[in-house]
Design a protein. Structure first.
Length: 227
């Protein structure tokens, strides 16, 4: 019941967000995602490398490298992860100012079924360290892949990839006296995907990135590699 409520709530929020017009310039988002399961064990690794620009191919927004150790519950598809990420953030325009972040995170992925489709719910808690001060953040994402012309995504299959992820800040007041908003950002994503094999996929699409500081559309391309 809780899963269905969260699903319907996020789908409604996604519709509301897309119904508004994003005023900021078109950006770019390019990602390599990897996933590895150690043979005959519930343990594995996953992570990603991201480059995001305020423009389609330039003007650094952020660059992120992340990797985590995963554990899948026996006889279940529920998966936990503990990991670390490092990010560099830029500012819009010609200015070369940058901020770096070291990030520790914990997450759980829980699959569910709705109208015969598999939905994946991801809950993530992040502890973020920026140049001497600390922030935390909570994220909830809903992910859905819809095969086209097939019941499952196998080799040589086209599919639609959709997700919506909502972020809220933990601590509002920072050590330097500043204060951040409760809402951090929302990401709404749609793409056309192609599975070259069951372990290698490509997605091309767009993302609406709504943050407390800006609102923009980004072109998005991602590689998904399982080995």
């Amino acid at each position: 019941m809780i899963k269905n409520y969260l699903t319907l709530s996020l789908l409604f929020f996604a519709f509301q967000a897309y119904s508004q017009e994003a005023p900021d310039p078109l950006g770019g988002w390019y990602t390599y995602n990897f996933d590895h399961q150690f043979s005959q064990t519930p343990w594995g690794l996953n992570g990603e490398v991201q480059y995001t620009g305020y423009e389609a191919i330039s003007d650094l927004n952020w660059f992120l490298v992340r990797a985590g150790l995963t554990y899948q519950l026996p006889e279940s598809k529920v998966k936990f992860a503990l990991g670390y990420g490092h990010a560099t953030f830029g500012v819009i325009g010609a200015e070369d100012a940058k901020v770096t972040e070291n990030r520790i995170y914990q997450e759980v992925k829980i699959p569910s079924n709705l109208f015969g489709l598999t939905l994946n719910h991801r809950f993530r808690y992040e502890q973020r360290f920026f140049n001497g001060f600390f922030r935390s953040r909570i994220r909830y994402g809903l992910f859905l892949n819809i095969p086209l012309g097939s019941k499952q995504i196998t080799a040589k299959t086209w599919y639609l990839a959709l997700y919506n992820e909502f972020f809220v800040n933990g601590e509002r007041k920072l050590r330097n006296g500043n204060e951040v908003t409760f809402f951090d950002q929302n990401r709404i994503y749609g793409a056309l995907g192609y599975a070259f094999s069951k372990d290698f996929k490509l997605q091309l699409g767009a993302m609406r990135l709504i943050r407390s500081t800006d609102d923009r559309m980004t072109l998005q391309a991602s590689l998904h590699h399982r080995f």
